[in-house]
Design a protein around this ligand. Structure first.
Ligand SMILES: C[S@@+](CC[C@H](N)C(=O)[O-])C[C@H]1O[C@@H](n2cnc3c(N)ncnc32)[C@H](O)[C@@H]1O
Length: 338
């Protein structure tokens, strides 16, 4: 009982509870949603395609692949949110040697890639966790990059070897579902939230069950909230777009393991299970956002006196989006260099 009370009042639990009270902004009308599943429509958006081009990904008609979606959307979203720049530090968790790392090295002061760099994925088709990356990252570079701004480090995502609040951006793509079940994924999310600076952005892509769940490692929508968003103590930058991939892809999915090379590669199937990717951008609330949320939390908990003491701020939420025009300019000028 005492332990439950003590745990309930730990700074981490309080921060998590307060973060829940910070309102999640609505999606921006007339813009691509950031928190979403893959859809072929994305490949028709010129700015989104530019992000894919910057990663040197194939752009042919119909080459729809959810890995390309995750990599492209991660870069697109981080640029749209103004999260990158020459003063920023970036952490990749379960990053292997993915192409995004090399882009981020060009768009940060320092990008740190962490992964176990051992285990099952050493011998997978793409050898995602090839330990050679640690001493020879050039081996996988899809384009020229700032070699002095990318470093690899073996580390368990559930126990990150960094002090708190030391990265401006933390991201993890297609990885937390491989950490050993929902509780381990939640622990990794807690770690990502811990090492992120206040105001920093996290980007996480994982597996979303569309039909036939539950599954011990993948997530239904409800489980995404319980095991991914809540443990992080972070706040979604906008509401999740519930639009699933087109029905045709669910009815004619990629059957694993036999059809692993089939495209479009958007919805996967094994037995009754149908799943796809989901990507989330989350922000670590700064003190101002927490204060704005506090009255809501206080009111909810019935602490009306505290609510009166902390009046809701009249200030509008700060607009951190620098506008894609700048990032787009960056893309185009950079693409002339590579
Ligand atoms: C499907 S791969 C994805 C790699 C990379 N993010 C990409 O998209 O190409 C999953 C990765 O998670 C890594 N991984 C598994 N358990 C981990 C853990 N506990 N901590 C850190 N990384 C882990 C694996 O080594 C592997 O590189």
């Amino acid at each position: 009982m005492i332990r439950r009370l003590r745990d309930g009042l730990s700074p981490k639990a309080v921060a998590g509870t307060v973060a829940r009270a910070v309102p999640v902004p609505p999606r921006e009308p007339d813009r691509l949603s950031l928190n979403r599943m893959p859809h072929p429509r994305l490949w028709e958006d010129p700015e989104w395609r530019t992000a894919g081009r910057m990663l040197a990904l194939p752009q042919e008609e119909g080459w729809y692949h959810r890995k390309a979606f995750e990599w492209t959307h991660c870069v697109y979203g981080l640029e749209r949110l103004g999260a990158l720049g020459p003063s920023k530090t970036v952490l990749g968790v379960g990053a292997g040697h993915e192409c995004v790392l090399y882009y981020l090295a060009n768009r940060s002061r320092l990008t740190v890639a962490t992964d176990l760099y051992q285990g099952d994925f050493v011998d997978s088709v793409s050898s995602e966790t090839d330990p050679e990356f640690l001493c020879n990252p050039q081996k996988y570079a899809p384009f020229r990059y700032h070699e002095d701004r990318l470093v690899g480090l073996p580390a368990d995502g559930c126990n990150l070897p960094f002090p708190g609040a030391c990265f401006d951006v933390v991201y993890s793509l297609s990885s937390i579902e491989h950490f050993g079940g929902h509780a381990r994924a939640a622990r990794a999310m807690e770690e990502m939230g811990r090492v992120l600076r206040s105001g920093g952005i996290a980007c996480v892509a994982t597996e979303l069950v569309l039909e036939g769940g539950p599954h011990p490692e993948y997530f239904t929508l409800e489980e995404l909230d319980e095991w991914v968003i809540r443990p992080s103590g972070l706040v979604p930058v906008e509401e999740l777009d519930p639009e699933p991939p087109p029905r045709a892809y669910v009815d004619d999915p990629v059957w694993l393991p036999d059809q692993v090379l089939k495209t479009p590669h958007i919805v996967l199937a094994a037995g009754d299970l149908r799943w796809t990717s989901v990507i989330l951008f989350l922000r670590k609330p700064g003190p101002a956002a927490l204060l704005r949320g506090t009255p809501r939390m206080a009111a909810r908990a019935g602490m009306r006196r505290l609510a009166r003491l902390v009046p809701a701020s009249r200030a509008r939420p700060r607009r951190t989006n620098v506008g894609f025009a700048n990032a787009s300019d960056y893309f185009w000028s950079y693409s002339r260099v590579v």
